[in-house]
Design a binder for this molecule. Structure first.
Ligand code: ASP
Length: 294
């Protein structure tokens, strides 16, 4: 009876779907690995950590290895993790680790803090035994070179066209004990200013969880933050079924001019999966059955 709830959902960004086959195979692999943990009685925390790690290692996504480069051609990554018991850990603008989500989890488990950033986050990672690692790929370096040419001397005002590509990843799962966990990880917005931190590691903005459910977002980080989108979505989950909560939150986001996508799971194991962008890649397993974007 309890096992009926087991659910895991992942997304690969809401900025359209280039390389759909690579995206789908990464997402399918990630949710299978997470679901196996849930089936064996493991925690949703372990399931989302494992699935997020796989997505960080899949270079088509904008997270971990294969993250976008910032304006100066450097990778800076954000990641966070949260449970329905309000446990939270995050890193921001971390540069030299393979799996930011594992560091975020240790911020949650081994420190009294919620968020470590920049050099402090790198140093904490070293202290925790993570090797120094360069997450840059040739594919993303070439993309950066092409886009940089298009920028010419004009960085401001706004990055509208360049920033419209969101490829962050996120995962949410519920385990046999009803614990709901969410995790996410990103290289930020393509060509963002050095030091810019988006919604991904900000509690209530790019991620939120409580006893009613857990949600993570992707899309235009500044707008997601301004609207505390994930907090809003989880609040709606307390009053409405997951699909209706999703409809309401995405209608709100659209009214606010916030381009985004959200995934989530409520306390009954029901899934929320919405976006108002061109397309979002996603995949979930519920009651042992896999569903994914077309
Ligand atoms: N939300 C991320 C950020 O603003 C970007 C993304 O979703 O791809 O950093």
């Amino acid at each position: 009876m309890k096992n009926k709830k087991l659910t895991i959902i992942a997304h690969g960004g809401a900025g359209g779907i280039n390389y759909p086959a690579r995206r789908k195979s990464g997402l399918v692999k990630a949710v299978h690995a997470g679901y196996d943990i849930l089936k064996q009685g493991g925690s949703s925390l372990d399931a989302v950590t494992k699935a997020t790690t796989i997505l960080e290692d899949t270079t088509v996504f904008n997270a971990g290895t294969g993250s976008y480069l910032n304006l100066l051609g450097m990778v800076e990554m954000d990641a966070s993790i949260m449970t329905s018991e309000l446990k939270f850990g995050a890193v921001a603008a971390i540069t030299e680790v393979k799996n930011p989500i594992k560091v975020a989890r240790l911020v949650m488990e081994r420190t009294d803090h919620l968020l470590l950033c920049g050099e402090g986050a790198n140093k904490f990672a070293r202290l925790m035994g993570f090797d120094s690692y360069n997450p840059e790929t040739r594919e993303k370096r070439r993309l950066w070179q092409r886009r940089r040419k298009r920028l010419k001397n004009r960085y401001f005002p706004k990055l509208e066209e360049l920033a419209g590509i969101y490829g962050t990843i996120g995962v949410v799962a519920i385990d046999k004990n009803g614990l709901i966990s969410a995790a996410n990880s990103t290289g930020g917005m393509n060509m963002n200013l050095p030091g810019r931190v988006g919604d991904t590691p900000i509690i209530g903005a790019g991620i939120y969880a409580n006893k009613n459910g857990a949600v993570t977002a992707t899309g235009h980080g500044e707008e997601i933050m301004r609207n505390l989108l994930c907090f809003r979505a989880v609040k709606l989950m307390a009053r409405y079924p997951a699909s209706l909560a999703g409809k309401k939150v995405i209608e709100y986001a659209t009214r606010q001019g916030c381009r985004c996508g959200l995934i989530g799971i409520n306390k009954t194991g029901a899934v929320l999966c919405v976006n108002n962008t061109k397309a979002m890649s996603w995949c979930y397993i519920k009651d042992g059955r896999l569903s994914s974007f077309p």
